[in-house]
Design a binder for this molecule. Structure first.
Ligand code: PEP
Ligand code: MG
Length: 583
C-alpha cells in the first residue's frame, strides 16, 4: 500500500505563461473560504465547546487586527479607521450574543457566523442611509476572517517568503499583501494572461502560471514546486536533477535581470530615426524605482485603482494627494500619466452593494465614475493639487460613448473652476482617454478633437472586439491581440490621433510582447507603455527596427484573415530583417 503522506513523485502540470521567470518554493493552497450557497459544516462538539471555538476565533481575529492597527495608525488614517470599524464588528456585543444564541440552538460556529453576518448584511443593505450600506464590504471581510480563524486557527492562510500560492484565482488585494510577505510565485487554476492578477504578477516580476487545470487538487500543501512562468509549466516535487537544472536557470535569469538594469537612458529611435517613447505601467509607488532602473522614460499608465487594494475603500483627497505625491517623488522628472480609477470588471472591490452577472459589460471604468461623480470629482481635485507641484497627465478609462466623454469633461471643467476660485489659478493637466472598446476606436476621430492624447488599452480592446472574457480560462487560449480586427481598430485610432495632431500610445500588455512591437511601430503609434520587466527587450527591439518596413508589415497584417496569418507575416519579417542585418 502506498503511504498517502509520502511525497508524491515528480510530475508536471501545464497552464498558460502569465508572468515570466523561474520560482522555486513550497505550495500554499488557498481555498476560497465561503461562498454563497456553500455547505456549512456540522457542529464539532457540544454547545459549550462550539461556543468556546467561536470565542477563540473571535479573539484570534481581534488580536490580528490589533497587530496591524499600530502600523496603520502611522501609515494611513483611512486604513486605521477601517480597522477600527472591523474591530467593532468582530467584538460587537449584540452580534456576538446573537451568534452564541444560535450556537445554543445546536448549529456549528461556522453556521451561526454565516447566518448572523448574513442577517446583518441584509439589514445594512435595506438601509436608506448610504453610510450603512457602505459597511457591507467590511462585514463580508470580517465574516471571511472569522470563518478562516474557525477553520485554520488563523485569520488568513499564512504565506511567507518561501511560498508559492496555489489558488483558483488571487485578488489584486491579496497580491499586494503577498508582495510584502515576499511570496515567490503563483499557480492559478483559472484566469487568462490578461486578467488583472496576471498583469500585477508581471508588473512585480513574480513568476505565475494560470489556467492550470486541477492544480488545487493535484498539488498539495507543502509540495516543493518549480514554476516556469515563461513556458507555462509547474513541476511538482522535482527530483534532484530537475531541481538543479532549474536552480541554474534561475541564477542565469537573475544575472540577466541585473544586466538589464544597466541601461543607457537615451531616448529611443528606430533605425530610420522615428522616435518611439517607451514608458512603464505601474500599480503602486514601490514599483517606480524598478521601472527607472530598467530604463522607463516615464510612467505611461499608473493604475490608480490599485491604491485602494490595501484598504478596500476610496481614500480621502488628502490620502490621494499623498499617494500620487509618492509616485511623483519616486519618478523624479519623468512624465507621469495617472489613470482615473478603473473600477468594475475583475478589478478592485470597493464595497459595491450590487452584484453584476456580467461585470465586464456593466458599471466599469468611466461608467462607474459617472454613476458616483463625487469619486471622480475628488480624484481630479487631488490630481490638481499634485499638479501644482509638478506636471502630470490624467487619462480616463473605458470611454465608449460621446455622452460619457462630454459628462466626464464637464466634471473636470467644474473641478478646474473650483480650483481656480480657491487658489487664483489652475495648473494645466492634459486629459487623455483610453481607447479600449471598438466603439471608442470607431469614434476616435470625433473624440480626438476634445482630448490631449490617446492611450490604447489592447487588453480590453481585444476582449471587447473578439468577445473573449479576459478572465475566463475556457477561452484564454483563443484570445489574441494580433487578430486583424484588433489591428484595424488600432490603425483607425492612430489615423484619428495623427489627423488631430495628438500623441497615441499603447499601454496594453500586447506592447510588451516581442511579436507585437514590430506591428505597433508599423501602425504608427508614438509610444508604448509596458510592464517594467519588458522594457529592456522592447527598447532593444525598437532600436533594431526600420519603421518604414514595419509599416509594410502592418499593412499586410491588417489585410490578413487570422491572427495566425499575422504571426506568420511577423515571423517572415523578423527572419528577413535578421538576414538583412547579418548580410
Ligand atoms: C488595457 O485594457 O489594455 C489596459 C491597459 O487597462 P487594464 O489592463 O488596466 O484594464
Ligand atoms: Mg483596460
Amino acid at each position: 500500500m502506498t503511504d498517502p503522506k509520502a511525497p508524491s513523485s515528480e510530475h508536471l502540470l501545464r497552464g498558460l505563461p502569465a508572468s515570466a521567470g523561474i520560482a522555486i518554493g513550497r505550495a500554499v493552497i488557498v481555498h476560497p473560504l465561503w461562498w454563497e450557497g456553500a455547505p456549512v459544516p456540522p457542529p464539532r462538539g457540544d454547545v459549550d465547546s462550539e461556543t468556546e471555538r467561536f470565542r477563540h476565533a473571535q479573539q484570534v481575529v481581534a488580536e490580528e487586527l490589533d497587530n496591524i492597527a499600530e502600523r496603520a495608525r502611522r501609515e494611513s488614517p483611512t486604513l486605521s479607521s477601517i480597522l477600527e470599524a472591523h474591530q467593532m464588528i468582530v467584538t460587537d456585543p449584540v452580534l456576538s450574543a446573537d451568534i452564541i444564541d444560535r450556537i445554543s440552538s445546536g448549529v456549528s460556529s461556522e453556521a451561526a457566523v454565516v447566518h448572523e453576518f448574513e442577517r446583518q448584511r441584509r439589514t445594512l443593505l435595506a438601509s436608506t442611509n448610504s453610510m450603512f450600506r457602505d459597511r457591507v464590504s467590511d462585514l463580508d471581510h470580517m465574516k471571511e476572517q472569522m470563518l478562516s480563524a474557525l477553520r485554520t486557527g488563523v485569520p488568513q492562510v499564512r504565506r511567507d517568503g518561501e511560498s508559492i500560492v496555489v489558488a483558483d484565482t488571487v485578488s489584486p488585494h491579496d497580491m499586494l499583501a503577498d508582495r510584502q510577505l515576499g511570496v515567490r510565485g503563483y499557480v492559478m487554476q483559472s484566469g487568462g494572461i490578461d486578467a488583472h492578477s496576471s498583469i500585477i504578477a508581471r508588473d512585480f516580476g513574480v513568476p505565475a502560471v494560470v489556467s492550470v487545470a486541477h492544480s488545487m487538487t493535484r498539488i498539495h500543501d507543502g509540495d516543493l514546486l518549480i514554476i516556469d512562468g515563461s513556458a507555462g509549466v509547474v513541476i511538482c516535487n522535482p527530483g534532484a536533477s530537475t531541481l538543479e537544472h532549474y536552480q541554474r536557470q534561475q541564477d542565469d535569469e537573475r544575472q540577466q535581470r541585473l544586466l538589464q538594469e544597466d541601461v543607457d537612458h537615451t531616448p529611443i529611435h528606430s533605425l530610420d530615426g522615428v522616435r518611439i517613447t517607451i514608458e512603464a505601467n505601474i500599480d503602486v509607488p514601490e514599483q517606480v524605482p524598478v521601472a527607472l532602473r530598467l530604463g522607463a522614460e516615464g510612467l505611461g499608465l499608473v493604475r490608480s485603482e490599485m491604491m485602494i487594494a490595501s484598504i478596500n475603500e476610496i481614500p480621502s483627497i488628502d490620502e490621494q494627494v499623498r499617494w500620487y505625491g509618492q509616485i511623483c517623488q519616486n519618478a523624479g522628472e519623468l512624465p507621469i500619466t495617472i489613470r482615473a480609477f478603473d473600477f468594475g470588471g475583475d478589478k478592485i472591490d470597493v464595497g459595491q452593494t450590487y452584484v453584476e452577472d456580467n461585470p465586464a459589460l456593466g458599471l466599469r471604468g468611466i461608467r462607474f465614475l459617472l454613476s458616483q461623480p463625487d469619486i471622480l470629482r475628488d480624484q481630479f481635485t487631488a490630481l490638481l493639487m499634485v499638479a501644482r507641484e509638478r506636471p502630470i497627465r490624467c487619462m480616463l478609462p473605458m470611454i465608449t460613448t460621446q455622452q460619457e466623454l462630454d459628462r466626464a469633461l464637464e466634471i473636470i471643467a467644474a473641478c478646474r473652476a473650483a480650483h481656480t476660485e480657491a487658489h487664483g489659478d489652475c495648473p494645466d493637466v492634459p486629459i487623455g482617454i483610453m481607447i479600449e472598446t471598438p466603439a471608442a476606436a470607431l469614434s476616435a476621430e470625433s473624440f480626438a478633437s476634445q482630448v490631449d492624447f490617446f492611450s490604447i488599452g489592447t487588453n480590453d480592446l481585444t476582449q471587447y472586439t473578439l468577445a473573449i472574457d479576459r478572465t475566463n480560462d475556457l477561452v484564454a487560449g483563443i484570445s489574441d491581440g494580433l487578430h486583424p480586427s484588433v489591428l484595424k481598430l488600432i490603425s483607425m485610432t492612430v489615423s484619428a490621433a495623427r489627423s488631430a495632431g495628438i500623441p497615441v500610445t499603447v499601454c496594453g500588455e500586447m506592447a510588451g510582447q516581442s511579436a507585437a512591437i514590430d506591428v505597433l511601430v508599423g501602425l504608427g503609434v508614438s509610444g508604448v507603455s509596458v510592464s517594467s520587466f519588458a522594457l529592456h527587450d522592447v527598447r532593444r527591439r525598437v532600436r533594431e527596427l526600420d519603421a518604414e518596413s514595419c509599416q509594410r508589415l502592418a499593412d499586410i497584417s491588417i489585410r490578413s484573415r487570422t491572427a495566425a496569418e499575422v504571426r506568420s507575416h511577423i515571423d517572415a519579417f523578423r527572419s528577413s530583417s535578421t538576414k538583412g542585418a547579418s548580410s
